[in-house]
Design a protein around this ligand. Structure first.
Ligand SMILES: Cc1cc2nc3c(=O)[nH]c(=O)nc-3n(C[C@H](O)[C@H](O)[C@H](O)COP(=O)(O)OP(=O)(O)OC[C@H]3O[C@@H](n4cnc5c(N)ncnc54)[C@H](O)[C@@H]3O)c2cc1C
Length: 244
């Protein structure tokens, strides 16, 4: 048995962050958001948004898992797929109880590229394939983090394919919880929510898709399961590479 601790980790509650970011960006940089509008056409350097044409100097197509609508012929050149993930939220019996840092179990070592340099990884994979075949089949690794209200977010599974079904599979959630209990000792928790989400991913191992289908237009997508973490850094790097 062993463990790793990283004191650099920082937990951001995505629901809170997403709700606050637009106002922050508007205040800091004067960015305007046009909510509830769909981009239906791009003819660099112009773009049609819900029937209205806008001129633009520079266009970034960041359509996430919808890679069928804009530039489908360009997207189809790349090995893109979708990944469906199941997640759950729990309330602690004692709202004031803190679990401390975000936790993950051993399965995460074979999930994230960050651990690829470990020479013993293939042995670990082999061991998990033998002892936890269902976890490998459904791409399950287990992480738990706590938000400021004391709630626990727990996930997740990974099912790949271009047409993910909308249903949560109860047996996957049961496997996630069983594994959670094997390393966390979190008892007295009550499930309040479950959901699934979908992201776009490149199946060639690349971290993101950044291509220019025509002058002044850039497709920036498929950041996979690390987009929340990497997006700010990636965006800075990519935009710098164009402007410099
Ligand atoms: C359940 C789940 C858990 C995750 N956990 C993590 C994690 O722990 N850490 C991490 O780093 N990452 C995580 N991710 C991955 C991360 O969320 C994605 O990598 C990231 O959201 C991708 O960002 P994006 O802006 O490219 O696409 P998205 O976030 O999908 O945003 C694309 C947006 O474009 C809009 N859009 C699409 N087409 C059009 C159009 N024609 N006109 C107008 N708007 C359009 C969509 O409605 C959507 O709002 C998770 C993802 C899921 C689903």
């Amino acid at each position: 048995m062993g463990g790793l601790f990283s004191k650099e980790e920082l937990i951001v509650d995505p629901r809170q962050a997403m709700a606050k970011l637009p106002a922050y960006m508007n205040e800091k940089w004067g960015i305007n958001f046009h909510w509830g509008k769909t981009v239906t056409e791009v003819n660099g350097p112009s773009v049609v948004v819900s029937g209205k044409k806008y001129a633009a100097d520079l266009l970034f197509i960041c359509t996430g898992s919808d890679f069928e609508t804009l530039y489908p012929e360009h997207f189809s050149k790349y090995p893109l797929t979708k990944c469906k993930l199941q997640m759950m939220r729990f309330a602690m019996e004692d709202r004031n109880q803190r679990i401390g840092p975000a936790l993950c179990g051993g399965l995460s070592l074979i999930h994230y590229n960050s651990f690829k340099s470990a020479p013993s990884l293939s042995l670990l994979k082999q061991r998990f394939s033998q002892t936890l075949p269902e976890y490998i089949q459904w791409g399950i690794h287990v992480m738990v983090s706590q938000n400021q209200s004391g709630e626990l977010t727990i996930g997740d599974s990974h099912e790949y394919g271009l047409s993910p079904d909308p249903f949560d599979k109860q047996h996957i959630n049961a496997l996630i919880l069983e594994y959670l209990h094997s390393f966390s000792g979190l008892n007295n928790i009550r499930q309040t929510e479950s959901w699934n989400g979908v992201y776009a991913k490149l199946s060639n191992g690349e971290a993101d898709l950044f291509v220019s289908p025509e002058e002044g237009v850039y497709i920036f997508s498929a950041t996979g399961g690390a987009g929340m973490t990497l997006s700010f850094g990636l965006a800075e790097e990519r935009v710098d590479s164009i402007l410099s």
